[in-house]
Design a protein around this ligand. Structure first.
Ligand SMILES: [Zn+2]
Ligand SMILES: [Zn+2]
Length: 336
């Protein structure tokens, strides 16, 4: 089967590999679509700190079942999506139902080989039927679920003012689900094309470009009170540190980003607001369900989000171009 391997930073190669052998309790699938995400771009550029090369990337996928145990509930031909965070089921986090931050987590395409290939075998508990959505849509569930998880973590409620800093796909997902909860959403980013996309496709209330007067603009949008909930989805330490100042008194700050570094803030400023600080990592099965429901109801602009497409064999040549800002990529899908 054709597989695309990231040999080392900057080097992608297509090669033939043996078909995976289905283990006990696993579902063997033919991969249909794979979404390319910031994580993959970081793996490719070598800025994913704990990754061992070579690696087959790809953790956002839809597939069609080839073979499964008779009692698994799956039959050949079922359209499925995969929750790529393989959790252990017995650690302190898993025992609390927080499989998204499992101590022993193995993420497909990061800790073990992922979906940029033709066939994949995964334990059945991480495979779910993609009922009522297309295989394109099913491959877009994962990044949307990360946004849905963050919004659930922050318990966004109707009428709240929400600021999302960072208008990449994850930030956009947070905007969508905060909006679906009835919040008024503003986004802040450096890129004019991304802000324009948020205005036209995600019906945010306002967009602000990062610049010398951005804080003044955010203040004037909120009568000087700033935001009940601020999400950071920038992956930029300076932006993460700066975001504390955009939280209203009594508000919450949710960091979806992860960076190798120290987050710092002024304690008097933090304390006087009684800021709630949250991290938001990955997503759980419940978040995937939230996204599926919204998708089935036609409330996700998934066709607009899917800006680029390529076939598996084209990935080694086409992938590097996704890094060019001029390409205005939101979500690229690979057809396997
Ligand atoms: Zn992803
Ligand atoms: Zn665990």
């Amino acid at each position: 089967m054709l597989s695309v391997i990231c040999e080392s930073p900057g080097v992608l190669r297509a090669e033939e590999r043996d078909l995976p052998v289905r283990g006990d309790g696993e579902v063997l699938m033919r991969v249909s679509r794979v979404g390319i995400c910031g994580t993959d771009l970081h793996i490719f550029t070598g800025s994913q700190p704990y990754l061992e090369y070579p690696r087959v990337m790809g953790h956002e996928l839809s597939a069609v079942v080839v073979e499964a145990d008779a009692d698994s509930g799956f039959a050949a031909g079922d359209g499925v999506y995969v929750m790529p965070y393989l959790s252990c089921g017995h650690c302190v986090a898993c025992r609390q139902g927080k499989t998204n931050c499992c101590v022993n987590i193995q993420v497909l395409g990061v800790h073990r080989d992922g979906a940029l290939t033709e066939y994949l075998s995964v334990p059945a508990q991480f495979v779910h039927k993609a009922q009522g959505v297309s295989l394109d849509q099913a491959a877009m569930l994962e990044f949307l679920a990360i946004g849905a998880h963050a919004v659930r973590r922050a318990d966004v409620s109707p009428g709240q003012r929400v600021l999302v800093v960072g208008a990449g796909p994850i930030g956009m997902a947070a905007m969508i689900f905060a909006g679906l909860r009835g919040a008024t959403v503003v986004c802040l980013d450096t890129r004019a094309d991304r802000l324009e996309f948020c205005r036209s496709q995600l019906s945010v209330e306002a967009t602000v470009a990062v610049g010398p007067d951005d804080a003044a603009q955010l203040a004037s949008l909120t009568d000087g009170e700033f935001f009940d909930v601020v999400f950071d989805a920038t992956g930029n330490i300076d932006a993460m540190n700066r975001g504390f100042a955009f939280v209203a008194h009594g508000g919450k700050y949710t960091l979806i980003s992860i960076v190798p570094g120290q987050v710092t803030f002024s304690d008097p400023e933090f304390h006087k607001r009684e800021t709630t600080l949250l991290a938001s990592r990955n997503a759980t099965a419940a978040d995937f369900e939230t996204v599926l429901e919204a998708m089935r109801a036609g409330r996700i602009p998934d066709q607009a989000l899917n800006t680029h497409r390529m076939r598996l064999a084209e990935v080694p040549d086409a992938f590097p171009r996704l890094l060019e800002p001029g390409q205005t990529v939101v979500k690229a899908l690979v057809e396997c």
